[in-house]
Design a protein around this ligand. Structure first.
Ligand code: ZN
Length: 401
């Protein structure tokens, strides 16, 4: 016979659940926590006092209750004291943020990344340098409880190795290990795919809060995706799932970075759009170049309009396939796909009207990312907080002990 969970297991679970509530929902009264968590008042009081003693939350009297009687204390996360480092490595941008418990970005640094081979040591050194700069500006009583990075590529979950990252020109790079060593905080650095993490970010703090079935499509040089089904990210057997950018939409079409042809990323990615618009080769690339094509189309430029129409056709076809398979409640366009979708929404919708099945399409919402360029960074922060929320006291004892 298997033993059930011990009192200690239950306490640990409840501490994590309570901390998650205030981390994602912000300051919450004890009374609300009691009803939301389905626990009695004395249990909530005991849990909040443990978390308060650990310095993870604090309790305050609400400003105004408007009701007679003793007001319920409000539990708020210790956002300025407990933080993580979140890193984002994209094809064109490096970003580092110090993010407080509760999701507040407390400080940040950004640098332009020049496209070219992935120089592991130089890159990790630069990111760690930014983190050190920010750390020097913190008060003495602050505590860093985690670190995580979003990268544009496929990442092995177990050790943070970038297995493939054509957009970063990275292959088999032990990025998590190198960044952890350079940070020197004695903390492991979790690494995740940027589109997967952005999907989680939109789901927990962005346009898809409370949406349990959501597909997020992230455009950069290529296209990445994150599929949330039943509230959970689909990672697949080894965490490489969700590569919707390499779904073939046009067999015999454009050659893709992955070695295949006619992938969604090859037909809708930055290069395809700029080439269709006659803008390839002039040294222009990245978000600005994509935006320029969308702006030109808005102003009536026929070539730009045609380019967006063609790209929108493929995008609509790709989304129709995904919608038929996963029946999401919402599809979110992020990264440069935000601009592309806004410039080609009519085309996307008309493709979907033909190729997506009616029951899947009827109540589907197509949206652009609410967190915009911060989605990947916010997602990395959530990944860094994940182990704190799983076992708050153990983590705090380890980092302060
Ligand atoms: Zn491909």
């Amino acid at each position: 016979m298997r033993a059930g969970p011990s009192q200690e297991d239950i306490r640990r679970h409840n501490l994590g659940a309570l901390l998650r509530h205030v981390h994602l929902g912000g300051p919450t009264s004890r009374a609300e926590l009691t009803s939301k968590m389905g626990l009695n008042r004395s249990t909530i009081m005991a849990l909040t006092s443990d978390l308060t003693a650990a310095g993870l939350v604090r309790e305050e009297l609400p400003r105004e209750t408007g009701r007679a009687g003793r007001p319920s204390l409000v539990v708020r996360p210790e956002s300025s004291r407990v933080y993580v480092f979140a890193f984002d490595v994209g094809p064109d941008r490096l970003a580092v943020a110090r993010v407080g418990l509760g999701g507040t970005i407390l400080d940040r640094r950004e640098a332009v990344r020049r496209r070219g081979p992935f120089e592991l040591e130089e890159l990790a050194g630069m990111l760690a340098g930014f983190a050190r700069q920010m750390r020097r500006r913190t008060r003495a009583d602050t505590v860093c409880v985690g670190a995580a990075a979003a990268v544009s590529g496929g990442v092995r979950k177990s050790d943070g190795v970038i297995r493939f990252g054509p957009n970063l020109q990275a292959e088999e790079m032990p990025f998590g290990e190198e960044l952890g060593r350079r940070l020197g905080l004695g903390l492991p650095v979790s690494v995740g795919n940027d589109a997967n993490l952005a999907a989680l970010a939109e789901h927990s703090r962005g346009v898809g809060v409370a949406v349990r079935d959501l597909i997020y499509l992230h455009g950069d040089v290529g296209i990445g995706g994150g599929i949330i089904a039943g509230g959970h990210l689909l990672g697949g057997h080894e965490g490489y799932g969700g590569e919707v950018g390499h779904m073939v939409v046009n067999p015999g079409g454009r050659v893709c970075d992955c070695g295949s042809r006619g992938c969604l990323a090859a037909e809708v990615g930055e290069q395809a759009l700029l080439e269709e618009a006659g803008k390839l080769g002039g040294g222009q690339h990245g978000r600005e170049a994509v935006r320029a094509v969308v702006d030109a189309a808005d102003r009536g430029d026929i070539v730009a309009q045609q380019a967006l129409k063609r790209v929108g056709d493929w995008l609509g076809l790709g989304v129709a396939n995904l919608v038929n398979i996963f029946n999401p409640e919402m599809v979110v366009f992020g990264g440069m796909l935000r601009e592309v979708y806004l410039g080609s929404a009519a085309q996307v919708r008309s493709r979907m009207a033909v190729h997506a099945m009616a029951p899947q399409r009827e109540r589907l919402r197509l949206r652009t990312s609410a967190l915009a360029d911060d989605a990947t960074l916010v997602g990395a922060a959530e990944l860094a907080f994940a182990h704190v929320l799983a076992d708050p006291l153990e983590v705090l004892a380890r980092v302060t002990g």
